[in-house]
Design a protein around this ligand. Sequence first.
Ligand SMILES: C[S@@+](CC[C@H](N)C(=O)[O-])C[C@H]1O[C@@H](n2cnc3c(N)ncnc32)[C@H](O)[C@@H]1O
Length: 297
Amino acid sequence: MAKDDKKEPDFVFPVSKNPEDAVYFYKDVDAALQPQSREMLLKYTGVPSDQLISHIKEAQSRAFKVAPYSSVGSMTWLNPFIVLHFAYSKALEKVKNGGSILDCACMIAQDLRQLAFDGAPTDKMYGFDFEPEFFNIGYDFFQDRATFRGSFLEVDATKDFSETELRDLSGKVDVIWCAKFIHLYDWDDQIEMASKLVRLLKPQPGSLFLGSQNGFPGGRSMSLKGSGMKVSKSNMGFLNDVDHLKEIWEEVGKRTGLDFDVEVTLLDLRTIGWHKDSGSDYHKTIGYNLQYLITMK
Ligand SMILES: C[S@@+](CC[C@H](N)C(=O)[O-])C[C@H]1O[C@@H](n2cnc3c(N)ncnc32)[C@H](O)[C@@H]1O
């Protein structure tokens, strides 16, 4: 069943390329920056504390010129969502013990830097995105071009992976981290994208797929027309509730023949102070973090 086959979406993304009138180009960095992210950034980057806000604003403006996405303007990359994930410690342990990790549609790859900050080696870290300039912005923002040993791959995930650099990772990855990405696709494409990505995992017990994306109680379809992202032909994304996510992964299991456990939870970001809600339709829509863990059996 396609959950988004209605003609009208529940929500239309208010798209703008102009920072002055984009509702999602946030100007108050202090309000967006969580205390633990601030501490991590100061220690990891070595940027003096009195220059941190201008350092962040510079990265925000530079990235918004490259891609005026809502996630770029609202600086969701400022706070590594991986620390919120209920399976973060499991993933960290695996990577600390020599496991590889792939950050899907990584943008500036803040979550890989968080793992590095928490003691994981970076040599088996991979990230892909279809906008390679984000990788340079990431190196400059995190000031780690000389020390970060992971690899960034320019990949359009809508393509067959055998036509992309991901072909070399097929069946070889220990941990997949996939954040704020799959919800950008419509129901059928979410099943397709999840099926393609999960095949990159080592097909053995204990391989982990950590998902973290926008969700919504009861589900919500959204039009992404004009967002600039290469998404579904329908231009529709879908914000899942817990049951939708389970349904999608049941289909992924059938399609791939893989056997896995699925754990999922929907976190209201307002309850932990990670989302300031003005009451607008936009803020109402983006305040939920759907987290899930797929563990290969
Ligand atoms: C909402 S951002 C999330 C970025 C990052 N994962 C995070 O959690 O901050 C979505 C990312 O998906 C990337 N993207 C969109 N369509 C893509 C595609 N077809 N292939 C690869 N990356 C894509 C965008 O460039 C952007 O970096």
